[in-house]
Design a protein around this ligand. Structure first.
Ligand code: DGL
Length: 274
C-alpha cells in the first residue's frame, strides 16, 4: 500500500479528461494535478522548450511527494516521456501507448485516423507505435492547432468551435473507421468531433485508456491507496488564473475542487534539493 498521491501533468486543462476517468475508475486514489495554462499550447512549441517545461512540471510534482507521474499530455509524452521515465525511480506513464493499443483493437477496416497537436503529429509517434503493433493498419495523421486554444478559452460548445472542428476534420470524413483523439484536450470537443465524423466512427480517448494502465501498475507495484487511509484531498495547480481553470474543471469533473495558482520558477527555486 502507498497512500501518497498520483501526479498528473498537462499544458493546461486537457489532462482533466484523464483525471475524470481516474475519479470514475479509481475514486479512492488521491490526485495532484498541474496544468501549465500560462504557457499553453505546448503543441506548436519547439521540442527543446517542451522538454524544459515538462521537466519543470515533473519537478513540481516531485515536491508534492507523488508515488507515480502520469503525463496526461500527448505532446509531453511524444517529446519527453522516454527521457524522464528513464531518469526517475517512480513509475511514469504516458498516454500514447495505451491509445495506440486500444485503437488497433477497435478498428474494423484498419483505417485509423490520428488527430493531435503539431508536435505530436510531426513526431510521427502514433503511426510508429500503431504499426509496430499491427503493420497492416493504415494511419492518416492530422495536426489540429486550432483545437487547444478553443478548449483553453472555454469555448467547447461555441458556434466558432463547431465551425473550426468541421472545417479542420472535413478531409478525414469517410476515410477512417476509428479516430484517436491524440491530445487530451480533444475529448472536451468530443460531441462536435463525433458529429462531424459521423456516428459510425469510433473515437479513442487516449487518456481514458491510460487509466486502465494506471490501475495495472498500482497493482503490479502494490502501491494502491489503502481503503482505510484518511479522507483524501485532491489538489489542482495552475500557472495561470484560478477562475477560468476552476470553472472549466468543476464543470468537466462535475464537482467542487481546490485550485491554487503557482509560480513554477519560484516554487522550483525554493526546493533546492531538486
Ligand atoms: N493536452 C496536450 C496534449 O495532449 C497538449 C496540448 C497543447 O498544449 O498543445 O497534447
Amino acid at each position: 500500500m502507498d497512500n501518497r498521491p498520483i501526479g498528473f501533468l498537462d499544458s493546461g486543462v486537457g489532462g482533466l479528461t484523464v483525471v475524470k476517468e481516474l475519479i470514475r475508475q479509481l475514486p479512492h486514489e488521491e490526485i495532484v494535478y498541474i496544468g501549465d495554462s500560462a504557457r499553453a499550447p505546448y503543441g506548436p512549441r519547439p521540442a527543446d522548450q517542451i522538454r524544459e517545461y515538462t521537466w519543470q512540471l515533473v519537478k513540481f510534482l516531485l515536491t508534492k511527494n507523488v508515488k507515480m507521474i502520469v503525463f496526461a499530455c500527448n505532446t509531453a509524452t511524444a517529446v519527453a516521456w522516454e527521457e524522464i521515465k528513464a531518469a526517475l525511480d517512480i513509475p511514469v506513464l504516458g498516454v500514447i501507448l495505451p491509445g495506440s493499443s486500444a485503437a488497433i483493437k477497435v478498428t474494423q477496416g484498419k483505417k485509423l485516423g490520428v488527430i493531435a497537436t503539431p508536435m505530436t503529429i510531426s513526431s510521427d509517434i502514433y503511426r510508429q507505435k500503431v504499426q509496430l503493433l499491427d503493420p497492416q493498419v493504415e494511419v492518416i495523421s492530422m495536426a489540429c492547432p486550432k483545437f487547444v486554444p478553443l478548449v483553453e478559452s472555454n469555448q467547447t460548445q461555441s458556434s466558432i468551435a463547431k465551425k473550426v472542428v468541421y472545417e479542420t476534420l472535413a478531409p478525414l470524413v469517410g476515410k477512417v473507421d476509428t479516430l484517436i483523439l491524440g491530445c487530451t484536450h480533444y475529448p472536451l470537443l468530443r460531441p462536435i468531433i463525433q458529429n462531424v465524423m459521423g456516428p459510425e466512427v469510433a473515437l479513442i480517448d487516449s487518456g481514458a485508456e491510460t487509466v486502465r494502465d494506471i490501475s495495472v501498475l498500482l497493482n503490479y507495484f502494490e502501491i494502491n491507496r489503502s481503503r482505510e487511509a484518511k479522507a483524501k484531498n485532491d489538489y489542482f495547480y495552475t500557472t495561470a488564473g484560478v477562475t477560468s481553470f476552476q470553472e472549466m474543471a468543476e464543470s468537466w469533473l462535475g464537482k467542487a475542487i481546490c485550485v491554487e495558482q503557482i509560480n513554477l520558477e519560484e516554487v522550483l527555486h525554493e526546493s533546492s534539493d531538486l
